[in-house]
Design a protein. Sequence first.
Length: 260
Amino acid sequence: MYFPLQDIEAAKLNFDDPEHLRIHSLETFGTHDGPGIRMVIFVQGCQFRCLYCQNPDTLDVRGGTLVSIDELVQRAVRQKSYFGKFGGVTVSGGEPLLQRSKLSTFFKRLHAEGINTCLDTNGRLNNDQVHELLEHTDLLLLDVKHINDEIHHKLTGLTNKATLALADYRESTGKRMWLRYVLVPGWTDQEEYLEEWGQRFADFKTVDRVEIIPFHQLGLHKWELMKMNYPLKDTESPSEECKQKALTIFQKYFSNVVLK
Ligand code: SF4
């Protein structure tokens, strides 16, 4: 473990102010997290500990800044004319599901203003509060980090069971999602598991895009700044051959695969 895991009860204590979201940062013209031009809110706090995390400064549930939901809605409304037909607001992280009830309020307010909502999550939780949030989420971006639970556990510190259950739940609602997969040499590039990952979701009707995100080292300086032991500091980005292999395998199962 590279950073102490806070337990869920402690996290709840830190997150129970209903009017404010605990955020790490905000991007006004994001184009990487969902369709179109988007205001992207990176929330603070995550209970996964992915070996490849490029934002270790978002992990601590006690960090970040409390920003009122009112202010965030007003900012989104001011930016609305730039969103165009496909854009809107994305909440990413960190891990948004830690603030699920407040995010339901936030997304309802955005919908009342006619603004599209998108949620980027690792799917760590699958309960009624999360289902309510998904009702107000136009597009779910779900990171399924590994299909094999044992490797998922080694890679993230936790099981993939809730993530898979959340994917099944979203499918049962008929609402849209994109699946995301970070391709890390030596960790997530095994052919047999790429096949299994594809097979697991191949029949889903709600998955209208799959994104392969090649591992990179842009977050290295953050691990160093925080004086944290970065286990993948010597890992290289996937080769062209590795990326093409993953792309070819996923294309067997999905009609719209994007290599980022
Ligand atoms: S889920 Fe995202 S924010 Fe959390 S540890 Fe993994 S990569 Fe980092």
